[in-house]
Design a binder for this molecule. Structure first.
Ligand SMILES: Nc1ncnc2c1ncn2[C@@H]1O[C@H](COP(=O)(O)OP(=O)(O)OP(=O)(O)O)[C@@H](O)[C@H]1O
Ligand SMILES: [Mg+2]
Length: 345
């Protein structure tokens, strides 16, 4: 642990939270890092409560028991599902649970939390998120996720982060200050969109195959690629109850490539709208983050497409799972005291 973390750790437990559509993660100044799938479930009735034995379940645990639960995935297309008190309650439960997981033995310490959320959510749900965190933390700040990723990588100047999540793809230009709305864009063709495309392409090509969207997502997470396939993509899907191997190479490529036009167009638009003297610098420091950054060939595709406009360099974050929460933690540790006073609810 570095000296700054140690100092912060004496008085407070600082935490960085990445609240995502599909996964949420926490990094804490005591060294703990945890993540879970963004599902919250409440037992449907008294029998369900007896079966699952807990008043609220999270992540995989909730999915496993989904028949006994009312399940909520609170974020959709980058925002808290509209008009849903249940979704707000689920965000609160998720954050409370993450903080509890991170606390370990130092349960009594005050908490300083920086929460990174999809850029859309920052616009629409900032207050709701602050309300959700207020019960568990003493001081909080809500930031956009690409900004927290950039902060964690120290890419504060002449850089662009593209965070490819489940609900949204968020773009953010960093130019030496806290980014404003003009420096950011959000599009909705991201991981969930690829899953839907792949699902419908597979239905078309293999009408007898029996699969769920969840299985489709697993296929994608194992075999996603754009450009040239390394080898044929074979997956096992039951047909009339019999496990059968299917070649889904073409469908996988088409589904993953369906997000490329929007990604390229938005990248070009954001760079072209920026001060021309700095455009070259930004093109040379593009960072892909989020779960979708793991699509094979994506980095090479973007670099190739942008090269037409001049020299460029695209790289992917090393740790897409904790990149957002680690960055949010770095912000929480570095943020001057007066900022916290301004930011507390
Ligand atoms: N190896 C992989 N290849 C392609 N996609 C992947 C891979 N691993 C994870 N994903 C996808 O990345 C997405 C999740 O990424 P991430 O955890 O960054 O999203 P999130 O933060 O929950 O979503 P958002 O930022 O939109 O709220 C999902 O769509 C998931 O299926
Ligand atoms: Mg995210």
């Amino acid at each position: 642990m570095n000296a700054k973390l140690k100092n912060a750790e004496k008085e407070f437990l600082s935490v960085g939270i990445d609240l995502g559509t599909s996964k949420s993660a926490i990094s804490a100044s005591n060294g703990n890092r945890k993540w879970l799938e963004s599902f919250v479930g409440w037992p449907k009735d008294f029998i369900a409560l007896k079966v699952v034995g807990k008043p609220v379940l999270f992540g995989k645990d909730a999915l496993k028991n989904r028949l006994s639960l009312e399940i909520c995935r609170p974020l959709e297309r980058g925002v808290i599902k509209e008009g849903s008190a249940r979704s707000e309650a689920a965000v609160k439960e998720l954050i409370g649970h993450l903080i509890q997981l991170a606390r370990s033995e130092d349960g009594s310490k005050n908490i300083r939390a920086v929460v990174g959320v999809p850029a859309e959510s920052l616009k629409v749900n900032k207050l709701a998120i602050k309300r959700a965190v207020a019960d568990f933390a003493d001081s909080i700040m809500v930031v956009s996720e690409p900004f927290s990723v950039a902060y964690g990588l120290n890419a504060l100047n002449n850089a662009m982060v593209i965070d490819i999540g489940a609900g949204t793809m968020d773009f953010c230009i960093m130019h030496g200050t806290i980014p404003s709305e003009e420096d950011q864009r959000t599009i909705f063709t991201a991981g969930d969109y690829i899953d839907q495309q792949l699902e419908s392409l597979l239905h078309e090509r293999h009408p007898d195959a029996d699969f769920t969207l969840n299985m489709v997502r697993c296929f994608k997470e194992q075999h996603s690629f754009v450009g040239e396939p390394g080898e044929p993509v074979m997956v096992e899907i039951p047909v009339d109850g019999k496990p059968t191997m299917h070649d889904v190479t073409r469908e996988m490529k088409a589904a993953c490539e369906s997000v490329l036009p929007g990604m390229l167009e938005t990248t070009l638009e954001l760079i072209a709208g920026f001060d021309p003297e700095y455009q070259k610098g930004i093109r040379n420091n593009i960072i892909l983050a989020g779960g979708g950054s793991q699509i094979r060939g994506l980095r090479e595709y973007l670099e190739g497409a942008l090269r037409e406009y001049g020299p460029c360099s695209v790289h992917s974050v090393e740790d897409p799972l904790f990149g957002g929460s680690d960055g949010a933690l770095a912000l929480a540790v570095d943020m001057p005291d007066e900022y916290w006073e301004n930011c507390s609810v």
